[in-house]
Structure formats: structure tokens, C-alpha cells
Design a protein. Sequence first.
Lengths: 127, 360
Amino acid sequence: MEFPDSLKYTREHEWARMKGSQVVIGITAFAQDQLGDVVFVELPDVGDTVKKGESFGVVESTKAVSELFAPISGKVVEVNGPLADAPETINEDPYEEGWMIVVEPADPKELDALMDASAYRAFVEEQ
Amino acid sequence: MSQRTPLFDVHVRAGARMVEFAGWEMPVQYAGLLEEHETVRTRVGLFDVSHMGEVVFRGPRALEALNRLFTNDLSKIADGQAQYGCLCRETGGIVDDVVVYRRAADDLLVCVNAGNRQKDFEWLAGHAGGADVRNESDAWAQLALQGPLAAQLLQRLTPLDLSPIRSYRFGHGVVAGVPCLVARTGYTGEDGFELFCGPDAASRLWDALVEAGKPEGIQPCGLGARDSLRLEMGYRLYGSDMDDARTPLEAGLGWVVKLDKGEFIGRDALLRQKEQGLARKLVGFVLTEAGIARHGYPVVQDGRKIGEVTSGTRSPSLKTSIGLAYVPPALAAEGSTFAVEIRGRPAAAKVVKTPFYTRK
């Protein structure tokens, strides 16, 4: 399973990637594999604020409902609209086309507390 | 400690994802629910349903005794036919929903739900009415071969002529060298068969079907697809859509309740309920707003809880959100509207006729 080195990871299986001063957020290959076929996603609106460790949305697969937890606090500046009609994109391409939101972080240093790829891989192997 | 079917090793070797279901370790998916679902609707899928139980009624009193425990009417079917119905308590509450295979008037096989094996056997044996009642659940494995291409595939593997075995009929024959009860029944809404065989032969039969089914594009399937397929048909699931506290009339199963056939356990209560009217009714609905309804979500109207969702999913075939819910009778008619509360927010729903999906 692929866990790109350029990303940071949470224990709840979200990833975060710096893009300029902003942070792109999605769920990992492990998360989508555990969920199975994703059929519905509920995301915040542009302008909403998200708080590190708190729920910012919901992803539903054919077999489970799963909350999404923000890896970082900040203001939502972009939402992946096409996911509403094509939630399976999250299964097919979790790190690129399957991104969920972009956040303008309140404190970019919050990312430092997250796991890097090798730590996350070790974490997943324990699951 | 959960139980395993004779096919447990086959599933694990094939890389299926295993889950606990009704006390059993079962495959929830092989290739992915959506792909498996689609394969059953268009080609052929293979399910391990060995967790289902089998209770057998034998002896000269068998038919009469079982008919007194069963809401449908076993005197109306011939040997070699199967019938769906409920076992009810005196209160009318559903002990289980079952399929009875009438091998002969003195030999009937009751196929019961996995989670109810012991409860059903105790109930049936406790009201045996002079019949010889045995729990043969461990003596049977069960494979469900379901989909429009099931018959052509199965026919290649057996000398038994399948053409006279129409829906809800069965015969006995050898399939790929394995003696089976071959029944044209299922829980998917597609044409297909359920094969009952000895547990030791189950993996041989499974492997033979998978191998021979390659030209048809056969796909092993898990419980996930089994659930989405049954729900598209509006088939009720025991434990979710009905239980000991709900009657077949409330569950929308009045068509398998034969109140005029004579005495059976639960009949008085059901007659009374029919006269007095139902307090709630199970209906099919679709969401007309975004979201997916799930088991246990409240049905609300004007901010008040008036019912509950018992099953819900996104229909892979229809691409809409479908479900079953108990609602007051005033809201049970087709076209009635209410809301399903999804994570604190109401989503609009509309009552529709079931099955949700019609076979093409």
C-alpha cells in the first residue's frame, strides 16, 4: 500500500499536504481500503472553520459511516465539489483526485505533530 | 468465540475480508461490494450461506405439526416445492422468517436464519406436535449461486434436468460429483439456486463452481453484496427489519399469513391486530435529498420522532438512497413523505413501492 513521503498522516487516517501556505486534506489508501466502496461524502463549505482533531465531515461506504477528523485548524478555502457526484474517486485515487478540502491553516506548525510516512506505515501495520 | 463455516479456509485463501456476523466469521466482500452486486445482477455470483441453519420435521405428523407453527400454508404446496413464511409466537411476534422445503409430507426441511439456529430449534422442538424435530444445521453446507447466468452454468455440472425446477421448486442431484439438494431459491431477486450439501464436500463444490464459471465471469460474493441485493428487492432481514416484538402484518408480510387456513400459533393475535388496525407499518422509502439512511436512524415529522429506519443503503443498481422504515399507518401509503434524521439533520424521504429494483 502506498503512503507518499511528501504527506503527513493522522492516527485517524487522514493525510495533509502543504501547497504553498495552504494545506490539502484527504484520507489515506489504508482508510479507503478499510472503508470499502465509498458512496457518499459530506464536506464543509468554503468559509467554514475546522478544528484540529475535530470532525469536519463524513464519508460513507457501502458498509460504514466514518467521520473525518481535521489534521489541522483553519479556514476552508476550497472543497472538492466533484466528489459529491463521484465519491468512488476516493477509492480510486485517494492522494490526488480524491482530495477533500484545502485549509488556510491558523498555525502551520500543527502539522509537525503528525506522523511522517514511515511512522504512519508502522502505525498501520499494528492495526 | 465465533463459528466458522466449512468454507472458512477457502475464503481466507481467496483474500476475502472476514467479519463477524450473527456469531459467524463470514466474508463481507471479495472484490468489493459494488462489483459483486453488479456481477449478480448481470452474470453470476457465488455466496457461502452455510451459516444458515436447517431444522428437519419428520414422521406422519410432520406436515400438520409444522403447519401449526407456520403462517403460510404448507398443505398448498406439493412435494418438491418450497414456501416462505414466518414462525410466530402467541403474541404474533416473529420468531423467525424461514423457507420450508417440502421433501414429502413426512419430511420437511426448515431453513432458518444463522442467528436464530438455537432459538428456532428450541421453539420448534418445544412445539413439535408429535413430529420428530431435529437440528441438522451442522450436517449441511449451503452455497447460493445467483444471477441470470446461474442456470446455464449449473446445468453443465449436473445431469439433473434443471428446466422443470422452476422458482421455489427443488430436486436432488449430483453437482460436480457432490450430492446436493438443488433449490431454485435465493435472496437476491435474480434467478439462481441454493445448493445444500454435506459440509465435507462444500469446498470441492465451491471450487468446481468457481472453475467452471469462468466463461460466465463468476464472482465469489460476500455478505455486503447479499445485503444490498436483498434490500433492493425489499426483502426483510431478520434482526434488522423484524424481531420477536414485531408481527408479520406490521412487517408487510401479510401475504404469507394465511389466517383462514386453520389454527396456528400466533393466529389469534394476528386476527385481533388485523381487526384493530396496525400501529406501525414497515414501508420502503427513497431519500429525495442527499444522504444515506441507516439502521436505527429516526423517522421524523414536524420535529417529532414518529418511526425508525430498519435498513438503508445506497442502491448500487438505482444509484439512489433506499431503505425500510416503520412508520404510522397514515404515512404508509405510496407517495407519503417524511424525513429521516441523519446525524441531526432531516433529509426528505418518500414512500415507494417495493421491490425498489425490477429485474431486467
